[in-house]
Every structure is written in structure tokens, then in C-alpha cells.
Design a protein around this ligand. Structure first.
Ligand SMILES: [Zn+2]
Length: 498
């Protein structure tokens, strides 16, 4: 090997300096381009149902959606299948799970001046958001054209210039490479994060064996509540998923000392909080006809001494983008049943599915109740014989061969299992916390009221009983007394943990 040529070293140095110089000079242009792209992206998300990647301060994490492939995800983020496979220690890249979280490599590391979207959480103000990203209130106000301090609402998307204050924002999550002897309990203790949250973030079951070299995302529990401005004794308050959408479920988690009574109200309906696993949890169903807009959630907290804390939070509800459907009912098929029979059945089903059992039995993603194809989505606005579109499809329909099995999508207790006039052979499962699922038009019922079921148990078979024109399963979900889209629970993991 010959000694390095001084001229070559000099040339290489000049080339490097030139690249650095170009990088520096191009920066304002790049920042402007990124801003324009981000604005287009955020405008796009208002009008489409595209899932937004989870933005956890610096590192981009993608939540796998139904039917998504690794090549689509790689294309979307401008990276490669190989890079994602390596970053996530994927054993089988063809086997992605809905809800699985993937680290998107090449997008990590907070960059000063980089503009990132931030979805406003409860208790956040311009000051707390500026602190979280080491940005400034002035920069936030300017980029987002915000005048007053009190104009933020939960679910609002802001653009944040990271490090506008002059220093880099700290990372709010860390990555851990699994060593021999590591297990979830030990890592949870080491990072002082709840073990269930660690498992959920990495899409692992509690007893999953860890592979040496596997990369885990460690959510920073120490950061929880650090960047919010909430009244005592609320330490943190999380809503998920944000932004909230009409016809969907919203979970509310309050971190506060034990022994409190928390009551709430939104859309003129009560929000019932229960102490579960060290937090206060409420599940909120948003009616499919709730007008998109800003709504107030009113909370009151009472302790043993009767001291009252009132807190109000503004939440944005977005349009669900539901389509329209015209249904023609031939005159001879109208009024097959007397209206009082139809109303009595609806009243009974509504009363059951508006109940509240404080013990949550759901945990994480729900399973599919049927292997059939979804033939009709929840929320479709319906017009009957030219009437206004003032009713909607209250569930999701699965096509299927008569007799094909219907499975419990999550644990629960059977609270109804009998033939009904309109709904045919019907089963209702109580999953706790005001979450109920219903299964109509079954050919057979295989369960009894009072029976406990676990996820995957067979509860019945697909049929066409009741007012039905062909074999299908109508799967319905009620949350806090409101019909909501059950398919959301297949892709968003609602858990009873913090
Ligand atoms: Zn249906």
C-alpha cells in the first residue's frame, strides 16, 4: 500500500467542504420545500382516511394497516424493504400484523430546523409544545398563523420547527437491542415504563420470548405528563386515537392519584371514568351523525374530602367520509312487521347495549368475527325509496356461506342469545367499560346468556334469519350507548392500560 497522496487528501477535503457548503446554502430552500410538502400532506389527511404515521418526536413509527405490504410502506417513506427488515429485526417480512409498529429507518434523529407535524394532546399549550420540541412560541405562532394562546384544541395538527430555540429536542423514546437474559419485565423495570405499554408498543404478547439482537421501542414514561399544563391532581391526560372521527371510538385516560371520582360529559352524554390498572379510563362512542367541529369535554374530579376540580377540554371531531346508498324497498315488503314490534326490539337492544360494566375484558386489537368479505361498511348514509339520507348503516356486514362460523373477537360475557323479529338469531357480547358487540341474522346460536367467552370462541353460524335478504353477518358495536364502527377495533389497539 502506497502512502496517501497529499494532493488527494486536499482534493477530498475541498470536495467535502463544498458539499457541506452546498448543504448549508440550500437549507432555507429545503426548509421551505419541506414546509410546503408537509402542508400538502396535512391538508390531504383532512379529506382522506389515510392513516397518519405515529410521530414520536424524531423517530418515525408506522402502524401497519390492513392489507399493507412492506414494499408499499418502503415506497411511502422513500426507504427500502431491506432497511425496514433490518431496523425491526423482522424474521418474516411477508408476515406483517395489523397494528404492528415499525421503525422507519433513515428518518430518525431530530434535526434542528426540521418541521414536523404534531397532533395537539389534552393539556398542551403553545408553551408546552415549544418546550417539547425545543422550539419557541413565536415560531409556532408564525408557522401556524396562530394569534391567541387559548385557541388550541385536542386533535389539531400543528407544524413545529424542531430546535428553533437553538438546541435539539430530546428524544422521547429510546431503542433497546435485546441482550441475552433480557425479558419484558426486566426491561420495563430498567426503563421505568409500564410492562404492558412496552409489550403493546412492540406488538408483543406479555410472555413473548425475546430474540437476542431484536430491537425494541421503549416509550419514555418519564416524559409522560412532562409537557402538559393540567390542573392538579391530573398528572397526564391522553386521548386516543386523535384526531377523533364521527362514528368512531375515542378512549380517554387520566393519570391521577387513586381514590378520585371522575365524571365527564360530551355531546350532552355522560362520560363514565373507571379506575383500571392505576389510571382512570373512559371509552367514548362518537355518533355517526355528530357534526364535524370543535366540542367541549367537561370533567369534574372529586376526592375524598369532596374538593372539586373542573376541567374543560376542546376536542376536534372530523368527518368520517361516509358514502351514500339508495335502497328501494318494494311496497309489498314494506311494513312486514308492525312498527310497535320493531320499536320494542330496538328499545330492548338499545337498553342492553347502553349498559355499563366497569370491568374491561377487551385488550389490544380485536379479531375478525367472520372470514367473509366485508360487503357493507359501517356509517353509510341510507335513503329508503327516495327519503332524505337521515339513517345510516349501524354495523359492518360480512358476506359468507350459510353455516360458516362466527367467532368472538374479544373476551366478554354473553348478555343476549335468542331469536329476535328484525335481527333474527342474535347474540350480544358485553366486553366491559360500556363496549358491546352484536351479531345478527345467525342460522344457529351456539352460546347462552350468562356464558363467558374468550377471543376466538365460536358463538354462532352465518345465516339469513330475521329481516334479511341473504346470508350475511351484520356485526354491530356500541360504545357508551352509541353505535360505532367495529372495524376500527381491528386496527387500533384499545387497551385498559396506561
Ligand atoms: Zn348490516
Amino acid at each position: 500500500m502506497s502512502p496517501p497522496n497529499p494532493l488527494n487528501i486536499l482534493l477530498r477535503h475541498i470536495r467535502l467542504s463544498w458539499i457541506v457548503l452546498m448543504w448549508e446554502m440550500c437549507w432555507p430552500l429545503k426548509a421551505r420545500m419541506i414546509l410546503v410538502i408537509l402542508m400538502l400532506v396535512s391538508v390531504g389527511t383532512v379529506f382522506s382516511q389515510e392513516p397518519v404515521p405515529t410521530e414520536t418526536s424524531g423517530i418515525t413509527i408506522h402502524v401497519v394497516q390492513r392489507d399493507e405490504t412492506l414494499s408499499q410502506i418502503a415506497l411511502r417513506y422513500g426507504t427500502t424493504i431491506a432497511a425496514i427488515t433490518t431496523a425491526n429485526s423482522l424474521l418474516n417480512p411477508d408476515n406483517l400484523q395489523i397494528g404492528q409498529r415499525l421503525i422507519i429507518p433513515g428518518t430518525q434523529a431530530a434535526t434542528p430546523g426540521m418541521i414536523v407535524p404534531h397532533i395537539v394532546q389534552p393539556g398542551e399549550t403553545l408553551s408546552t409544545i415549544a418546550a417539547r420540541y425545543n422550539s419557541t412560541v413565536e415560531s409556532l405562532s408564525e408557522v401556524n398563523k396562530i394569534a391567541g394562546l387559548g385557541s388550541l384544541y385536542a386533535g389539531q395538527t400543528l407544524l413545529v420547527t424542531q430546535g428553533a430555540s437553538g438546541t435539539l429536542p430530546p428524544d422521547k423514546i429510546s431503542l433497546h437491542i435485546v441482550q441475552a437474559g433480557d425479558n419484558l419485565m426486566r426491561l420495563a423495570a430498567q426503563y421505568q415504563t409500564p410492562v404492558l405499554r412496552l409489550a403493546q408498543t412492540n406488538h408483543l404478547t406479555m410472555n413473548a420470548p425475546l430474540q437476542v439482537g431484536q430491537m425494541l421501542i421503549v416509550p419514555d414514561s418519564a416524559a409522560a405528563g412532562q409537557f402538559v399544563n393540567l390542573p392538579n391532581p391530573i398528572r397526564d391526560f391522553q386521548l386516543g386515537p386523535l384526531p377523533a372521527v364521527q362514528g368512531k371510538t375515542l378512549s380517554a385516560r387520566i393519570f391521577a392519584p387513586a381514590g378520585l371520582t371522575i365524571t365527564g360529559e360530551i355531546f350532552d352524554r355522560p362520560v363514565t371514568f373507571s379506575p383500571v390498572n392505576g389510571i382512570y379510563l373512559a371509552m367514548v362512542g362518537i355518533h355517526a351523525f355528530t357534526e364535524p367541529g370543535i366540542y367541549e369535554l367537561h370533567l369534574s374530579l372529586t376526592d375524598e374530602a369532596g374538593v372539586l376540580v373542573a376541567y374543560e377540554l376542546r376536542i376536534k371531531i372530523e368527518d368520517g367520509g361516509y358514502s351514500r346508498e339508495d335502497i328501494n324497498v318494494p311496497p309489498e315488503q314494506e311494513n312486514l312487521l308492525a312498527p310497535e314490534v320493531v320499536q320494542a326490539e330496538l328499545d330492548r337492544v338499545t337498553a342492553i347495549m347502553s349498559g355499563f360494566n366497569p370491568q374491561p375484558a377487551f385488550n389490544g386489537l380485536m379479531g375478525l368475527p367472520s372470514t367473509g368479505r366485508v360487503t357493507s361498511q359501517f356509517g353509510t348514509r341510507r335513503s329508503y325509496n327516495g327519503s332524505p339520507y337521515n339513517s345510516f348503516h349501524g354495523g359492518a356486514d360480512f358476506g359468507g356461506l350459510p353455516g360458516s362460523l362466527i367467532l368472538a373477537p374479544a373476551d366478554g360475557v354473553i348478555v343476549l342469545a335468542e331469536p329476535l323479529n328484525v335481527r333474527g338469531n342474535a347474540v350480544i357480547i358485553d366486553h366491559g367499560m360500556g363496549v358491546y358487540t352484536g351479531y345478527w341474522h345467525q342460522s344457529e346460536i351456539y352460546v347462552q346468556a350468562g356464558q363467558k367467552v374468550t377471543r376466538g370462541d365460536v358463538i354462532g353460524a352465518v345465516g339469513s334469519t330475521g329481516l334479511s335478504t341473504g346470508a350475511h353477518l351484520h356485526w354491530e358495536m356500541w360504545v357508551s350507548g352509541v353505535q360505532v364502527d367495529p372495524l376500527q377495533w381491528l386496527t387500533y389497539p384499545f387497551t385498559p392500560e396506561g
